[in-house]
Design a protein around this ligand. Structure first.
Ligand code: NAD
Length: 245
């Protein structure tokens, strides 16, 4: 794979899977726009990544207007766009009875509306460049997980958004998704709690937790311009969890 001369926006790239994805694209020759809610986090991520071939595109992706502003900042800063990675996301767990209207709206705005309107804003530029969109969906979009109804609802929407956009944007733009199981990031919420991490690892047949780098490599694979036929694909990277349900 090479992304020499390619221009990539990774949403939610100040840490976790997004940060690892930005680093993977950079290593393969791309220029990358970094996004996160806070400008200070974006600045810190850019200096952590080494500063070169990087531009800032900060903004909270909870509204259509903000998505358009972030995508336009990336296009202006990079001089165009070849790949959009819709990665920003948040998690709320707990009993379905405890989900308030406000929490529902907040999570769905980031996890679903953000992917939808960033994709919409990027279409003209991606179409011009025969580009690609990659969604960070989740294993929770492929099956129902314990006490995660709201999150599963949002990721199920991202899974079907991937299929619908793949259909509508072919043959100009390919649209695919990674569907990770547990990944070692802040979102996992286990920190250094060895017992909690063991319990999470037990959940998959592979009895382990993915690194952000493994998910980043899969995102690059799906975005690779050498792939001409793969669109609408859902790539589960979950240690076999969904295969065994
Ligand atoms: P993380 O919490 O480490 O990072 C999330 C990133 O998204 C951060 O950069 C944060 O600033 C950004 N973000 C959050 N809300 C935002 C907003 N409103 N506007 C702009 N940026 C925002 O989480 P992660 O584990 O790296 O998660 C990345 C993606 O992977 C998410 O979509 C998540 O749902 C998905 N995912 C994670 C796991 C896991 O176990 N960690 C599993 C499956 C899917």
């Amino acid at each position: 794979m090479t992304f020499d001369g390619k221009r990539v926006l990774v949403t939610g790239s100040t840490r976790g899977i997004g940060f690892a994805t930005a680093r993977a694209f950079l290593k393969q020759g791309a220029s990358v726009a970094i996004n996160g809610r806070k400008a200070s986090d974006v600045t810190a991520a850019i200096s952590g990544l080494g500063g070169e071939n990087l531009v800032a595109a900060s903004g909270d992706l909870g509204s259509g207007a903000a998505c358009r502003q972030v995508v336009n900042a990336a296009i202006d800063g990079l001089g165009g766009l070849d790949v959009l990675v819709n990665n920003a996301g948040v998690y709320v767990g707990g009993p379905v009875e405890d989900v308030s209207d406000e929490t529902y709206a907040w999570l769905m705005d980031i996890n679903v509306k953000g992917c939808f309107f960033c994709s919409q804003a990027a279409i003209p530029e991606l179409r011009r460049n025969n580009g690609a969109i990659v969604m960070t969906a989740s294993e929770s979009g492929l099956s129902g997980n314990h006490e995660s109804a709201l999150y599963c609802t949002s990721k199920g929407a991202v899974v079907n958004m991937t299929r619908a956009l793949a259909h509508d944007l072919a043959p100009d733009i390919r649209v695919n998704a990674v569907c990770p199981g547990a990944v070692m990031t802040d979102m996992l919420g286990a920190g250094d709690d060895a017992e909690a991490l063991r319990d999470i690892a037990e959940f998959s047949p592979m009895k382990t937790i993915a690194s952000p780098e493994e998910i980043a490599d899969a995102i690059c694979f799906l975005a690779d311009p050498g792939q001409k036929f793969m669109t609408g694909a859902l790539l589960a990277i979950d240690g076999g969890a969904t295969a065994c349900r």
